[in-house]
Ligand binder design. Structure first.
Ligand code: PT1
Length: 277
């Protein structure tokens, strides 16, 4: 059977790669911080992300880029819940919430979220249980360290093996907590405690992250890795980001987390047609 992901009552087909559009509800995101603090503007952007062809929309109330400081659950809820409640009845897209906190997981699920996207891979106390009870799909991401300090001195003996071992352990923890494999997607965590060389090695060997048998999500969009390779500032990384998404898809990623939805959807259409031959 071809790859798919169970999200609540819904099933996301992953026969060909799909796009997850990023909607940051934070004042400090690295590429679009503060732009969608106005509720009407955020709703309009979410509907535009869907119209541009994204299968999923990722709502984020806490920045996790390098150097970012944590926020409280109350603040995260204040940023994410009102939009989620307004958006849910207006879209057929899979709604993802980028969070690590059990309180936010519970409230997001109650408001109709389909997927919990957790850069801590449900390691916070109570997060596994909250996710299991939610019935949502979960994205388990690898990170070395924590956002505030993760880029200080990333170190691995074998980055692909270590990322894969970590994700395997988290899949085991999910199974034990009652989250079935069909609800799990894995993410190597580009830029999360990794040098440029680590990121490139992971991108080159992405199919080995797939070895758990679960679909893979890749987030490369506008990251410093693209800046390092192109010499471009965060706002000028469209072309490099589309290239990276395409390479990730060719190397086995099923879900591409991106800011530039329309451009990436077009690129993936070309790839899918060529792959069908
Ligand atoms: C990601 C991701 C995410 N990235 C998932 N969720 C971010 N599942 C937020 C840089 O190097 O890849 N996968 N949620 C954003 N994080 C970063 C990390 C932003 C690194 C920028 C950089 O510039």
């Amino acid at each position: 059977m071809s790859a798919q992901l169970r999200c609540g009552e819904r099933t996301l087909a992953l026969d060909s790669p799909v796009v997850m559009g990023v909607l940051n509800l934070t004042p400090d995101s690295f590429s679009d911080g503060g732009r969608y603090l106005d509720p009407d503007q955020a709703l309009a952007r979410a509907l535009q992300i869907e119209a541009e062809g994204a299968a999923l929309i990722d709502l984020g109330g806490e920045s996790t880029r390098p150097g970012a400081a944590p926020v409280s659950a109350a603040e995260e809820l204040r940023r994410v819940l009102p939009l989620l409640e307004r958006l849910r009845p207006r879209t057929r897209a899979i709604l993802s919430v980028d969070t690590s906190k059990p309180e936010v997981i519970r409230a997001a699920a109650a408001a109709g979220a389909d997927l919990i996207n957790d850069v801590y891979a449900l390691r916070a106390p109570g997060a596994l249980e909250a996710a299991a009870e939610s019935g949502c799909a979960v994205c388990l991401m690898h990170m070395q360290g924590e956002p505030r300090t993760m880029q200080h001195a990333p170190h691995y003996e074998d980055v692909v093996r270590e990322v894969r071992a970590f994700l395997g352990e988290r899949v085991t923890a999910c199974r034990a907590a009652g989250i079935p494999d069909e609800r799990i997607v894995l993410d190597p965590g580009f830029g999360f405690g990794k040098t440029l060389e680590h990121n490139l090695t992971l991108l080159r060997h992405l199919h080995r992250v797939r070895a758990e048998g679960r679909p893979v999500l890749a987030g490369l969009s506008r990251k410093s890795m693209i800046g390092a390779l192109t010499g471009k500032a965060a706002g000028e990384r469209l072309h490099g980001s589309v290239a990276a998404a395409l390479i990730a898809a060719q190397n086995g990623a099923e879900i591409l987390r991106v800011h530039d939805v329309a451009a990436t959807v077009d690129a993936l259409k070309v790839l899918a047609a060529a792959a069908r031959g």
